[in-house]
Design a protein around this ligand. Structure first.
Ligand code: BGP
Length: 466
């Protein structure tokens, strides 16, 4: 039931897999001082316990890894460009040629196997210099630096890359201002006005990217990327329903502006009633009208909302949390698993926008055990991962039958990598196991998990055999 040209594949982000954090002229990114992920404190300088400095050394292993993706039959591979490889500090006039060359080689390698690259321009890896000297996206100058960066990479890769995403999980800035928006001011000291000013700058920058990209190559398909998370009312009590709607608005605002090109009324009301004032120019309003070609999103969890302060407890979840759902089980990291929520999200976004949708992240972070397989090769018997993905793909198919225009599906962390929220390696998502551990030990050797062979079959049969 999946369309013939459906884009099956996998996703990673530069900072979570490349390593080589200071090679070939790369500048530091905010990830290089976040050894404990989003919740832990940041450090002054990169420290050895930061697993991202080496990652899975994709920087030097990408040929071997892309070959394995090709073996699974990937049609698309989502990765990001590390901004600080191209502009090490972020505010330079000229780019770093060695950084540009690396991505030339990487995209060529994908194309060699007929794999379409899908490139995130900014995936939680703002150059550290921009955070420390400009306070990240709070500062309007960031729009100019981002425009220069995207113009450079659009021109350079215009014949190699067709699919682009402007900012990873752009709505997560509300929860994680440093990781998501490079905002150096500690969250507790950051005013709501400054936070929403940063949001506005990112939204304007994203619209600029859409405009500039389409001028450079009219065939580009440029999408926004939202952390999607259905919010269910905890009970049928109407106040809970409205609480759910309001929490959902906070996320949907980002997609609404990207797709419609203006601030929705509920967002203006929220800012007005919470004393949030931001500076918006006439030019900004014009630029926002450059809307996206498609809507992409990550999907891991759903949450509940309630108007009852006594029941309003926060559970674990993908950066943005919510009230746990009493009907759902959770992963080892407390993320509640809800395949049907994916069908719900797909229908909601399709009904709202009538724009093509792309699931660019979904998967199960779990603790894997390397064992000897029947053929003597080391492997992981990850039936739990297969079950998780199968259940989600079934719901995707339901949504396609509902009439949703779905472009593709890239599972998160198709090869094991460092977690964004906890910076751990033991939280594994891949079809490919990488021998590297949180104490820095490991040979970096790659092993195919059971799910590797399963996903190969899924792609081969275009989702008919699950
Ligand atoms: C999303 C991020 C990814 C990724 C994923 C899984 O929020 O876009 O970068 O890491 O979630 O989260 P984690 O790595 O925390 O398990």
């Amino acid at each position: 039931m999946f369309p013939e040209n459906f884009l099956w594949g996998g996703a990673v982000a530069a900072n979570q897999c490349e390593g080589a954090y200071n090679e070939d002229g790369k500048g530091l990114s905010i990830q290089d001082v976040l050894p404990h992920g989003v919740k832990g404190p940041r450090t002054e300088k990169p420290t050895e316990d930061n697993m991202k400095l080496v990652g899975i050394d994709f920087y030097h292993h990408y040929k071997e890894d892309i070959k394995l993706f090709a073996e699974m039959g990937f049609k698309v591979f989502r990765t990001s460009i590390a901004w600080s490889r191209i502009f090490p500090k972020g505010d330079e006039e000229t780019p770093n040629e060695a950084g540009l060359k690396f991505y030339d080689d990487l995209f060529d390698e994908c194309r060699k196997y007929g794999i379409e690259p899908l490139v995130t321009l900014s995936h939680y890896e703002t150059p550290l210099y921009l955070a420390e000297h400009y306070d990240g996206w709070v500062n309007r100058d960031l729009i100019g630096f981002y425009k220069r960066y995207v113009t450079t990479v659009f021109n350079r890769y215009k014949d190699k890359v067709k699919y682009w995403l402007t900012f990873n999980e752009i709505n997560s800035i509300l929860e994680s201002p440093f990781m998501s928006g490079g905002i150096n001011t500690p969250k507790e000291e950051l005013s709501q006005s400054d936070l929403y000013q940063a949001v506005h700058h990112e939204l304007v920058a994203s619209a600029w990217a859409t405009k500039i990209g389409h001028e450079i190559n009219p065939d580009f398909k440029i999408g926004c990327m939202i952390l999607s998370m259905p919010v269910y009312p905890l009970t049928a009590e109407p106040s809970d329903v409205l609480a759910a709607m309001e929490q959902d608005h906070k996320n949907m605002m980002f997609a609404d502006i990207h797709v419609r090109g203006y601030y929705p009324g509920y967002a203006k009301r929220y800012m007005r009633e919470n004393g949030i004032s931001i500076s918006v120019t006439d030019e900004d309003m014009e630029i926002l009208k450059n809307t996206v070609d498609f809507v992409s999103f990550s999907y891991y969890v759903s949450v509940c909302a309630t108007a009852d302060p006594k029941k309003n407890v926060r559970g674990e979840g993908n950066l943005l949390g919510g009230v746990p759902n009493p009907y759902l089980k959770a992963s080892d990291w407390g993320w509640q698993i809800d395949p049907k929520g994916l069908r719900y999200v797909l229908n909601t976004l399709w009904d709202r926008y009538q724009k093509p949708l792309f699931i660019v992240e979904n998967g199960l972070g779990a603790m894997d055990k390397l064992v000897q397989g029947a053929d003597g090769e080391m492997t992981v018997e990850d039936d739990y991962r297969i079950e998780y993905l199968r259940d989600h793909i079934r719901q995707m198919e339901e949504a396609v039958m509902d009439g949703v225009d779905l472009m593709g599906y890239t599972t998160w962390g198709c090869i094991d990598l460092v977690s964004a929220s906890t910076a751990e390696l033991r939280k594994r998502y891949g079809f490919i196991y990488v021998d590297r551990n949180d104490d820095g030990s490991g040979t970096l050797k790659r092993y195919k998990k059971k799910s590797f062979h399963w996903y190969k079959k899924v792609i081969e049969t275009n989702g008919r055999e699950l």
